[in-house]
Design a binder for this molecule. Structure first.
Ligand code: DQA
Length: 140
């Protein structure tokens, strides 16, 4: 399958950012392992700290690609515009979170994206991304 992982704001700092919440592994290291595990699939990666860039990327790939895995970071809890972009495209989208957002502050409990995504995976550390790939592969 042709899959894209999109990471939103502050997720470029994985490995350095609040390691007690998000772990100490960089996303590049994790992604290398993932790509090595799924050699029959094409897994590409995009990260941006900017809402509009994430929307542009969804528009660009979202009519052709087999699946999108998105961790929109804090935009999850604020962005109707990213939710509308997900509604507008055709490819299935899975929302992921590294932390279990429901165990955390109340403002992290609401997601504008969940209702427009195929499903949500949260709380399994970086393995949340692999679980999302498995979900997309099983539902194709
Ligand atoms: C996050 C959870 C969000 O609440 C937070 O703003 C993030 C990361 C997660 O992966 O656990 O940036 O999406």
């Amino acid at each position: 399958m042709n899959l894209l992982i999109i990471n939103g704001p502050n997720l470029n700092l994985l490995g350095k950012r609040e390691p007690s919440v998000y772990g100490s592994e960089s996303f590049d290291d994790y992604l290398n392992k993932l790509v090595g595990e799924y050699t029959d699939d094409a897994i590409s990666y995009y990260q941006s700290n900017n809402e509009g860039d994430i929307i542009d990327k969804l528009h660009e790939v979202g009519f052709d690609i087999d699946g999108i895995i998105i961790n929109a970071g804090a935009y999850t809890h604020t962005s109707l515009a990213i939710a509308d972009a997900i509604s507008a495209i055709k490819s299935p989208v899975i929302e992921v979170h590294i932390s279990n957002v429901h165990k955390r502050e109340a403002f992290r409990h609401n997601s504008y994206l969940s209702a427009v995504c195929q499903g949500v995976i949260a709380g399994f550390g970086l393995d949340s991304y692999r679980l999302a790939i498995e979900a997309l592969k099983r539902s194709k």
